[in-house]
Design a protein around this ligand. Structure first.
Ligand code: ZN
Length: 531
């Protein structure tokens, strides 16, 4: 018998530990010392390689899936997960990582983000990586409103090419369709390119972003016939514009009027309307960033009626309230608006019951001055010193940067507070987004044959979220000062280390574009169902 080095297991969980960097068990070729007998004395004279052909082995971590948590050894060869065995196993590899004390999670998928402002695919994916994300699915649209000519498919083609050079993480793409897009030619082209999900805004008519209802029906009909998926930002834009104008006319432009200009009923109405259109056109529907508690009943009802309908919420709608807008004004302005703690609780309930299928970030990277002064919305960006914090809330930019904090916040508020299990976290942040968007089981799961996208999460590290520590260009976070127990400390993508020892190890240009496969989606007849 070879005399293997004994693995040192850290006790689990080790509550005395503040921070525990990953110590590779053996970062060079593992060799066994073969004892030979000579005059009754054991001499270590021979060594032979015993890597079993695997490159990396994560030994003895608690591997989490949507269904169960098991102590397993996970072996990686090249870009794929090559073997998984119950710990302790005979698996060996060139590099062995002691996973004891860690949750071993599939890489987090952020399926909702907009890396087109201050943070683009470079710094957005860098920031995401530090948050345990290994796959992103950004939204991209025609950029004619920004003076860039080209159709949606042309713009997305360029985006994929550019992102392949600058992204740190593998990425898919969702298309946004506007009223001026030729959906009859664009939707088929995009589906051929692997862009199989199409978001439409039911709001922002004055900003030129709203998709008129009849065009939405047309787009849904075409997408559905080709196995695609519709996505909607569900808020009634006419009512929002009506209320906003009324407040402005009355001189009521302070931060206290923001939530009142976008009441919850408008989200409920729009979600119901979109689900009605999806039913009529038999089109799968994904409703982004659910925020109002009453909207959950809409999603639930259409699910019960057999529509392929999926609900998404975001860490901000799980943890923050309109008090942030009252305290921080423009910085906390997002659409739909932050609501109440009752809504936060309802969203947790929706995740637990399966009405909410995914959690994603809705990242928009703006700095403070862009947020206050309207940034892209008005085309003017003032210096922070010049900003009058009491200027109209209606002029401020929408959006916030949430991706790096997403996993820690969902873990802290969800798992640590006993609202959901870590298995549910993996279901809504890894498995379900991969299934819905046609990239499962390549992504979203720790299974033999899947991409080796793995996160080691240390549930014992106490840390405080702060803009000073985040890796995007945006210079604030609405989670400033939030105390968290648990942190992603190591990640890999396709077998290559992404984050280790608090540093990024992967290079820009190593990311690959992930085409969605219409035959694999959760809505496809033989696809990967959400259970
Ligand atoms: Zn969004």
């Amino acid at each position: 018998m070879p005399n293997y080095k004994k693995l040192k297991h850290r006790p689990y969980p080790d509550s005395t530990k503040k921070s525990q960097p990953i110590k590779p068990y053996c970062s060079f070729l593992h060799t066994a010392i073969i004892p030979t007998h000579f005059n009754g004395v054991i001499n270590m004279v021979e060594s032979v390689p015993i890597s079993n052909g695997h490159d990396i082995l994560i030994r003895g971590g608690l591997v989490v899936s949507g269904k169960r948590t098991q102590k397993l050894d996970v072996a990686i060869k090249g870009e794929k997960i090559a073997a998984i065995e119950t710990h302790p196993s005979e698996l060996r590899a060139s590099r062995e990582i002691d996973g004891s004390g860690y949750f071993v999670l599939p890489g987090i998928i952020d399926a909702h983000n907009h890396p087109i402002n201050l943070d683009k695919m470079d710094t957005f994916t860098l920031s995401s990586a530090f948050g345990g994300v290994t796959t992103v699915i950004p939204f991209m649209q025609n950029m004619r409103s920004r003076g860039i000519e080209g159709t949606t498919s042309e713009t997305i083609e360029n985006f994929i090419e550019e992102s392949s050079d600058i992204s740190y993480l593998d990425f898919g793409v969702h298309a946004i369709l506007f009223g001026d897009d030729d959906v009859t030619t664009e939707v088929p082209k995009l589906i051929d390119m692997g862009v199989i999900s199409f978001k439409m805004y039911m709001t922002y008519p004055k900003r030129g972003m709203m998709m008129p209802d009849e065009r939405m029906l047309e787009a849904m009909s075409i997408a559905s016939s080709m196995g695609g998926l519709a996505m909607v930002h569900a808020e009634n834009g006419y009512c929002i514009d009506y209320l906003t104008e009324a407040f402005i006319e009355a001189g009521k432009t302070g931060r206290e009027y923001y939530a009142k200009s976008q009441p919850r009923i408008l989200e409920v109405e729009a979600a119901n309307r979109a689900a009605t259109y999806a039913t009529v056109t038999d089109c799968p529907l994904y409703v982004v960033h659910l925020s109002a508690r009453e909207v959950l009943a809409v999603i639930d009802r259409y699910k019960a009626e057999g529509l392929s309908i999926f609900g998404e919420t975001c860490p901000q709608y799980l943890d923050l309230t309109n008090q942030m807008v009252l305290d921080h004004g423009a910085l906390a302005k997002i659409g739909p608006p932050l609501r109440s703690s009752e809504d936060n609780e309802a969203m947790w309930g929706g995740i637990k019951s399966g009405v909410v299928d995914t959690v994603a970030s809705d990242f928009c990277g703006f700095n403070k001055s862009q947020k206050y002064s309207g940034g892209r919305s008005t085309g003017t960006i003032r210096e922070l010193d010049d900003i009058d914090d009491h200027s109209s809330i209606f002029d401020a930019s929408f959006g916030g940067n949430w991706t790096e904090q997403m996993l820690p916040v969902v873990y802290e508020e969800g798992v640590n507070k006993g609202r959901i299990t870590v298995n549910k976290l993996v279901e809504v942040m890894c498995e379900n987004p991969a299934k819905i968007f046609g990239i499962y089981p390549r992504k979203g799961t720790i299974s033999v044959g899947s991409d080796a996208d793995i996160v080691l999460f240390d549930p014992t590290i106490q840390h405080t979220l702060s803009a000073d520590l985040q890796h995007c260009e945006a210079d604030f976070t609405m989670f400033e000062g939030k105390e968290i127990l648990g942190k992603p400390v190591f990640s890999m993508q396709r077998g290559n280390v992404v984050i280790e020892d608090g540093k990024i190890h992967t290079k820009q240009g190593s990311a690959v574009y992930l085409a969605g496969d219409v035959n694999l989606t959760a809505s496809a007849p033989n696809g990967h169902k959400i259970v």
